[in-house]
Design a protein around this ligand. Structure first.
Ligand SMILES: Cc1cc2nc3c(=O)[nH]c(=O)nc-3n(C[C@H](O)[C@H](O)[C@H](O)COP(=O)(O)O)c2cc1C
Length: 157
């Protein structure tokens, strides 16, 4: 009769619909921020994000970051403030932000570094829908930077 657990367990991070805030942005890496430095950012972020219930994806390609972050609104807000003050990148362009009741998009990723085949396509899409003048200017700067970076390396990434 009492062989079932008497209390519901903690909501499962993997499949529970909870109130989540997401923040999507792109930015340009500061001078000297290379793959090694990005590796250190990812290692730190993974430890910190587990403790804060934050999950997401980070793309680093040709000196440009693209990141999707999701988690409890209070924690995501703190991270957004830290990101804006982080000198390891600049031209931070907010591409999307919102708060919704839903399941996580990346439940198992406390911050996964993924390869982008073509980060330009992602940024051109963002430019097509951007309305804010300073966002448009920053996106154009980032795309210009990508063009000059690929010219400098003869089309390599
Ligand atoms: C591109 C980029 C992505 C980052 N992603 C995260 C992240 O997912 N989680 C995190 O805690 N810090 C991340 N950081 C580091 C934060 O900007 C900040 O340094 C760190 O959260 C410590 O902030 P605090 O000193 O305000 O606590 C990232 C930094 C950069 C440059």
């Amino acid at each position: 009769m009492f062989d079932e657990p008497g209390f519901p367990g903690a909501p499962d991070l993997e499949d529970a619909a909870i109130t989540l805030q997401h923040f999507v942005y792109c930015s340009r890496a500061a001078e000297g921020v290379d793959d090694l430095a990005v590796g250190r950012i990812v290692a730190f972020s993974q430890r910190r994000n587990v403790a804060r219930g934050i999950t997401g994806v980070l793309v680093f390609s040709s000196g440009v970051f693209f990141q999707w972050i999701e988690g409890p609104p209070a924690e995501v807000k703190k991270l957004i403030a830290s990101l804006h003050g982080d000198a390891r990148h600049h031209d931070v362009v907010s591409l999307d932000m919102g708060i919704e009741e839903r399941e996580r998009l990346y439940p198992g990723w406390e911050m996964e570094l993924v390869e982008a085949d073509d980060i330009r396509a992602v940024l051109h899409d963002a430019l097509d829908t951007a309305e804010d003048a300073s966002n448009i200017a920053a996106l154009e700067r980032i795309l210009q930077h990508l063009d000059s970076a690929s010219l400098a390396s003869f089309g390599g990434n």
